[in-house]
Structure formats: structure tokens, C-alpha cells
Design a protein around this ligand. Structure first.
Ligand code: PEP
Ligand code: MN
Length: 339
């Protein structure tokens, strides 16, 4: 429910309403506007009637239901775009398009540091690298785990680039949060609700990838799980979905960027690497994603893709990444953004 306060409602009226909402067992999400205050009451749908009755309380103009099932992720309660500051100066959802780049997996200190130096030179703002790897086969490389996190941290120390890395299970959420500046939830875990709740309790921004066979609505409901725990800093990442098409690893759903712009205030990132699975499609899809209005890109870069321990076929070499970034700059400028 949204409790809309009257224009001149006093501080006391507002506080009283907030207390009432809490007494009903709801979470309070106030938005203090210049004109008026709007208070979101989020919680169990069964108590709606009690909230509706607040309409007669002093200072209240009206009480309106939130129609969409994603109450916090949707635009009814919050209309303006959310800006997520990962580290000072690195903001998702602003004019600048943030580029997350790096290898699929952290393989060695040299590999991650060499990649970090290269992507930074080309203008990337965040380093990615998997330490816990969700692999289709149990016989494939599973990640260096804590050792990988240590390597990421060293690369961060050397370059100043903040870190994005995936967490796959609840038991290591705290550990990963100590190292990561952005916690990534992979496509295979988009509906692992206990994991979503666990990262919802972390104070780190969460990059939530779209499930490989999930609708946009289901994806936003997963964002809602995280936000309902108090972590409102969710970045959505379109990474391709399963279709009948086999020419690409997945099908990049670029129209999701447009749909999300209408449905949510959360920033949206596009990952053409996992979407297409081929290095030679990455540039075209990156430029298209920027033109479509994405707030960021996630691109796999490896100093020697032929020797990569995972996803080499979709990884760009540093020179190819550099040339992509030069073109990306021009597209961003053409639509009034920067990179
Ligand atoms: C990744 O980004 O390393 C990854 C495994 O991606 P996805 O979850 O989209 O497959
Ligand atoms: Mn990968």
C-alpha cells in the first residue's frame, strides 16, 4: 500500500503513520519529496484492510494499493531511477555507462592482474572474475574459491578497480561480501530464494542475472526478494535466454531493456558474452545494448582466450576489448550518455 500524506502534513503526523504501519507488522519505505511525503507499507498482503483504514488519520490524503506484485522493484512507489554507488564515483543508473569486464574465472594472480590493468586502460570501471563457478559439468573447473577472492583483492589493490564476483551458496555470502564490491547472482540461482534472502541482508549491491528460462516478471520478483530484506541496491543483468535458436549460446533479449525501463527504477546491465557465446558477436551486441539504453555492460576479457579455463570462446582479447570501448564511446555520446 502507498500512504500519500497531505501537502502540509506535519512531521508528527508522518511519524505517527510510520509507527502505525510498523505496529501492523509492515516495513516502512518513506519517500520524502519536496512537495509531499509518500510512505510505502510493504508486507503480508492479508493486512490490507488495516492499512486502508489509515485514510482517516490526521495528515493522510489517501491510501492506494500497489497493483504490481513487485512492490519495491516497480515504479508505483518510486518513479525516479535508482542510482547505485558501488564505490565513490562508480554509479549505476546515472549518465555514465559502467563497464564490468574481466575473465570468466580467476585462474592465477598474473592472469587476473594482467586483465585488470588492460581493461582499466581501456576504460572499464569494474573488474569481474569468478571464484565460485557454476559449471554445467561437475568435471569442469569449479573455481579457486577463497584463493580466487584473494587474487581479486590483490588486483583491486593494484588497479583501484572494484570487484564483481559470483556467490552460489548461502554459506559463503558473508565471505564473498568481505571481498566483493558487487555480489553477483548467476542465472542458475535467480530463483534460489534462500540465497536471494541471504544477499538481501548484505550491505553490498547485488547484480542479479536473469534466469536462463525466466520471464521479466519472475526476474523482478526475484529482485523483490532481495529488496524485501532491506537491500535496495539491485542491478539487473540481461544475459540471454533459452530459445530454439542454436546459432548463439542463448538469445539476447534486448527488448528486456525497454520493458525494464517501463517496469522498474533499477539499473539494467547487458551481458553479451554469456548471451551470444561467441567473441565475434560481442561488439555488435554491446553497441546495440548501449543504444537501447542499458546502464552498463558485462564483458568477458581474457589475455589469452585459447587457454582460458572457462568460456574462452566468448572472451575478448584486451586489444579487441579496447577497440570495442572506442566505438562504445561514440554510441554513448550519440544518445547523450558517456562511458
Ligand atoms: C558468469 O557471469 O560468470 C556466469 C556464470 O554467468 P551466467 O550466470 O549468466 O551464466
Ligand atoms: Mn563465463
Amino acid at each position: 500500500m502507498i500512504i500519500v500524506m497531505q501537502k502540509g502534513a506535519s512531521k508528527r503526523d508522518i511519524e505517527n503513520i510510520e509507527k502505525e504501519i510498523e505496529n501492523f507488522g509492515y516495513k516502512v519505505h518513506p519517500i520524502y519529496g519536496t512537495e509531499r511525503t509518500v510512505i510505502g507499507a510493504i508486507g503480508d498482503e492479508r493486512g490490507k484492510a488495516r492499512l486502508q483504514a489509515l485514510e482517516t488519520s490526521p495528515g493522510v490524503e489517501n491510501v492506494i494499493p500497489i497493483l504490481k506484485p513487485y512492490k519495491l522493484a516497480g515504479k508505483e512507489l518510486r518513479k525516479e531511477k535508482t542510482q547505485i554507488e558501488v564505490v565513490p564515483g562508480v554509479i549505476f543508473g546515472g549518465k555514465k555507462i559502467q563497464v564490468i569486464a574481466g575473465p570468466c574465472s580467476v585462474e592465477s594472480l598474473d592472469q587476473i592482474c594482467e586483465t585488470a590493468e588492460a581493461i582499466k586502460k581501456s576504460g572499464a570501471t569494474i573488474l569481474r572474475g569468478g571464484a565460485y563457478k557454476p559449471r554445467t559439468s561437475p568435471y569442469s573447473f569449479q573455481g579457486l574459491e577463497k584463493e580466487g577472492l584473494e587474487m581479486l583483492l590483490e588486483a583491486k589493490k593494484r588497479t583501484g578497480l572494484p570487484i564483481d564476483t559470483e556467490v552460489m551458496k548461502e554459506s559463503v555470502v558473508n565471505l564473498v561480501s568481505e571481498y566483493a564490491d558487487i555480489i553477483q547472482i548467476g542465472t542458475r540461482n535467480m530463483q534460489n530464494f534462500d540465497l536471494l534472502k541471504a544477499v538481501g541482508m548484505s550491505d553490498k549491491p547485488v547484480l542479479l542475472k536473469r534466469g536462463l528460462a525466466n520471464s521479466i516478471k519472475e526476474w523482478l520478483m526475484s529482485a523483490e526478494y532481495i529488496m524485501a530484506q532491506g537491500n535496495l541496491n539491485v542491478i539487473l543483468c540481461e544475459r540471454g535466454i533459452r530459445t530454439f535458436e542454436t546459432s548463439t549460446r542463448n538469445t539476447l533479449d534486448l527488448s528486456a531493456v525497454s520493458v525494464l525501463k517501463k517496469e522498474t527504477h533499477l539499473p539494467v546491465v547487458v551481458d553479451p558474452s554469456h548471451a551470444t557465446g561467441h567473441w565475434d558477436y560481442i561488439e555488435d551486441m554491446s553497441l546495440a545494448a548501449i543504444a537501447a539504453g542499458a546502464d552498463g555492460l558485462m564483458i568477458e576479457v581474457h589475455p589469452n582466450p585459447h587457454e582460458a579455463w572457462s568460456d574462452g570462446s566468448q572472451s575478448l582479447t584486451p586489444p579487441k576489448f579496447d577497440s570495442l570501448m572506442k566505438k562504445a564511446k561514440k554510441v554513448a555520446e550519440a544518445i547523450g550518455r558517456e562511458i
